[in-house]
Design a protein around this ligand. Structure first.
Ligand code: NAP
Length: 314
């Protein structure tokens, strides 16, 4: 009951919420498991990569800046004593680069963390002409995940890092790239994050027979460069209440590593508990909208597969 009040009042998103819920440290042994973490150069992604390495996994850090990515890998090797870190460079908002990245990844992969994200105050487009927030948060991860599915070795886990901001938005399949009306970066971001939650449910169903579980989650509000750079006013107001990156990444790592998180699929998590995917009237999409979202992302990304085809191992 108090847990629900904390979430509804948003106090649950802060460090107070995390500390009140206090969780034991994750100790599962991930030796022999291969994890890919996107957005591993900063904030929650860096923390996740480091924790997975601490648990013994081989971790592939995906970054877009070679020097920064290698420097993070080296510092994680030093922190954890785990030498099994490698780097892959790709801008996830460019589908050409996502395809090349997926081609370079070797099987088997056991854990995929779709974490890279961006919130742009102004509308911008990628070299391929996609709205940047949509391309980074949704389209790139849609394509990357679909291209990697045949490289996943069961039991495998996919974790999509969404945001509590998605509660405020309904998916807009007819305007995924916010071309109509005035651009609002927070709304564009929240719609893309809503899309990730829908994809999680679609993938979960399609991949269940393959032994792949799919989770989405929101980290609450954590003190990362993503928040301080994209939302400076929010950051100044909430700074004393923000979670540490370790607190924000805790549920990501738990979803990747814990036995309990291997027992269910398709849910939306926060602080190691499944949470509702809707809190406001009018945000619930229809089945037709879910199907159209998948169709539209397939078309825009240039992916040649189908949702029903994913269920069959190739
Ligand atoms: N922190 C929070 O309170 C919070 C709340 C809700 C949701 N989230 C979500 O948590 C995830 C991590 O966020 P964060 O707070 O840790 O942010 P962050 O510190 O800004 O980290 C974002 C990561 O994504 C990478 N990235 C951004 N655009 C990319 C692109 N086009 N191609 C490849 N990589 C790209 C960044 O790479 P560079 O290092 O090269 O910039 C960085 O590694 C995001 O999905 C975010 O939406 C965070």
């Amino acid at each position: 009951m108090l847990d629900e009040i904390l979430d509804r009042s948003l106090v649950g998103y802060t460090a107070l919420g995390y500390r009140w819920r206090s969780h034991p440290r994750i100790t599962n042994d991930l030796t022999g498991r291969v994890a890919i973490v996107t957005g591993a150069t900063s904030g929650l992604g860096r923390q996740t990569a480091s924790e997975l390495a601490r648990l013994g996994a081989s971790v592939v850090l995906v970054g877009r800046n070679p020097g920064k990515t290698e420097a993070v890998a080296e510092s994680i090797r030093r922190e954890t004593g785990n030498p099994k870190l490698s780097c892959e460079i790709a801008d996830l908002s460019e589908m050409e680069q996502v395809r090349a990245l997926a081609g370079r990844v070797h099987a088997p992969v056991h854990i995929l963390v779709n974490n890279a994200g961006v919130l742009r105050p102004e509308r911008s487009e990628t070299l391929e002409g996609f709205e940047t927030s949509f391309a980074t948060n949704l389209l790139g991860h849609f394509l990357l995940t679909n291209l990697l599915i045949d490289k996943l070795e069961a039991p495998a886990r996919i974790v999509n890092v969404s945001s509590g901001g998605m509660y405020t938005q309904r998916v807009r399949v007819n305007d995924l790239q916010m071309k109509r009306g005035r651009y609002d970066g927070t709304v564009a971001y929240a719609r893309a994050k809503r899309g990730q939650v829908i994809l999680t449910e679609l993938w979960a169903e399609a991949l269940a027979e393959r032994g792949v579980v799919v989770h989405s989650m929101h980290p609450g509000w954590a003190d990362t460069p993503g928040v301080s750079d994209s939302l400076p006013r929010f950051y100044r107001l909430t700074k004393p209440l923000l979670r540490t990156p370790a607190e924000g990444a805790d549920t990501i790592v738990w979803l990747c590593a814990s036995d309990e998180a291997g027992q269910s699929t398709g849910q939306f998590w926060h602080d190691r508990k499944p949470r509702p995917t809707h809190r406001f009237r009018g945000t619930r999409e229809t089945q037709a909208e879910r199907e159209s979202l998948w169709t539209e992302l397939t078309k825009l990304s240039g992916w040649s597969g189908s949702l029903s085809g994913l269920a069959r191992a190739s």
